[in-house]
Design a protein around this ligand. Structure first.
Ligand code: SF4
Length: 463
């Protein structure tokens, strides 16, 4: 059922207080706080949605649980980009049924992209009757009301919206030194293999003033690195403000020391944006620019809206403007109709583009997308073989690029302590750096002299 965003705001804020009162009462009687567990599948947008849920749960008096078995509330925030992820969730839901039979007051909520698909929603409603709350990607702010309704009525609550045009998502202001800000929602590109536009709706940009306000508050609360999030940030537009103008504005926010953004679409990467990146010293010298394929024929079938030549031209412009920029990418192999020659074009692209890292995927059929019905689907053996050859092409280049850092000092944001006892952080190029230093540096951007390089990480000491 579609509702206005304003109604959702009023309802949610009052319901946060109502749930809080119930939980405080429980704590006073038992001496324990109720605990909530969130499992997130999928992309950074989902991770950010989970952070919003976590922030609301904390306001409602829940403490975080790392263990779903003993949690009072379990939330699965799902992804539907790959069918395998859906299968995993259905498997997990079966397990939760067993946990719930030992702990009948456990509540289970299912949200995210999976339930935006009618067939999946129907299947879930029919088979998994032990799920208490189901909601979609458009009404996260209503979660406190849905939860309150479940507590009060004891009945299952289902609230999945088809779409709404305005943006009214909860913002998180109790950030640490790293924070994400959604600048837009949805996608209008309809790449032929991708389900996102069907489950996240059409493209909607937030008002620049709202983004700036949120960023200023985050910075005042200690956020040094801001990541701007959207399915296609390069096509951001609100009134006269495009993405290039937006990053110039954010560059001027006091307290922000680093700016990142994801995801960039090559088709919308303008000269104006490259100039803004060059001029804004807080913008990290890194871009994640998904190529997906090096074959013009495959790119056309994927409906990506650019050619190999245009893509390589963009990399040349980026490197001319910022010679030290690191480029990472996404590549899919085994797309329907991909010939050996198409694949060779992808290998050649990798050689030419020289990526410092890449997310690589074997094409997986996604029901409901045009590519799922294309002829000449590639058999598993061929796709796996191409995948392995792709990795063999990417790794040595990434290692070679990493080796340029040996002996140099890189500025690294120290983020936490790793299992190896070293601090772990990220360079401007978004490379993981293990630092031989103590915990007092966590949350600081520090100069690190690189002493060792591997394909996927660097090791160093404070310079
Ligand atoms: S740009 Fe293409 S791949 Fe990215 S979310 Fe939109 S449709 Fe999906």
């Amino acid at each position: 059922m579609k509702r206005t965003p304003m109604e959702a705001v009023i309802l949610s804020d009052s319901h946060i207080k109502l749930v809080r009162a119930i939980n405080d009462d429980y704590s006073a009687k038992t001496g324990f706080k109720r605990r909530a567990f969130i499992k997130t599948y999928g992309c950074q947008m989902n991770a950010h949605d989970s952070a919003k849920l976590e922030s609301m749960l904390s306001d409602m008096g829940y403490e975080r649980s790392e263990d779903e078995k003993n949690a009072d509330l379990v939330i699965y925030n799902t992804c539907c980009v790959r069918e395998r992820a859906e299968e995993k969730v259905f498997g997990k839901l079966g397990l939760l049924k067993a946990y719930k039979s030992n702990k009948p007051d456990m509540m289970i909520a299912l949200c995210g992209c999976m339930v935006q698909q009618n067939a999946i929603l129907d299947k879930t409603l029919k088979i998994h009757k032990h799920i208490d709350i189901i909601f979609g990607t458009f009404n996260i702010r209503r979660f406190p009301q849905l939860l309150f309704s479940r507590i009060e009525t004891g009945g299952r609550v289902v609230d999945v919206w088809d779409e709404h045009d305005e943006i009214d998502e909860p913002v998180i202001l109790n950030a640490s030194f790293k924070a994400s800000v959604n600048i837009m929602y949805g996608c209008d590109n309809f790449c032929s293999y991708c389900i996102v536009p069907y489950v996240r709706g059409h493209e909607r940009s937030r008002r620049a003033d709202d983004i700036l306000d949120e960023t200023r508050k985050l910075a005042a609360n200690g956020a040094k690195e801001i990541s701007l999030l959207g399915q296609n940030v390069n096509s951001y537009r609100s009134g006269d403000t495009n993405f290039a103008a937006l990053i110039r504005m954010i560059n001027d926010v006091d307290g922000v020391e680093r700016i990142r953004f994801i995801t960039s679409h090559p088709k919308d990467l303008s000269d104006e944006l490259i100039e803004a990146m060059r001029d804004c010293k807080k913008v990290c010298r890194h871009i994640h620019l998904p190529a997906q394929s090096g074959s013009d024929k495959v790119l056309r079938d994927m409906r990506r809206g650019y050619t190999r030549e245009r893509y390589l031209g963009l990399l040349a412009k980026l490197r001319a403007a910022m010679p030290d920029i690191d480029v990472t990418t996404d590549i899919i192999v085994g797309f329907p109709g991909e010939t050996e020659r198409d694949f060779q074009d992808t290998l050649n692209l990798v050689e030419e583009a020289r990526y410092s890292g890449a997310f690589t995927f074997i094409y997986s059929k996604r029901a409901g997308t045009p590519a799922a019905n294309m002829p000449n689907q590639i058999d598993e053996k061929t796709a796996k073989d191409r995948f392995n050859r792709l990795l063999a092409a990417i790794y040595p280049i990434a290692l070679e690029l990493n080796q340029r850092s040996l002996g140099r000092a890189l500025m690294v944001l120290a983020e936490g302590k790793g299992a190896n006892g070293l601090l772990t952080g990220r360079s401007e190029g978004n490379m993981t750096v293990h630092i031989d230093a103590d915990e007092r540096y966590i949350g600081s951007i520090i100069p690190v002299k690189i002493t060792a390089c591997k394909t996927f990480y660097l090791v160093g000491e404070i310079a």
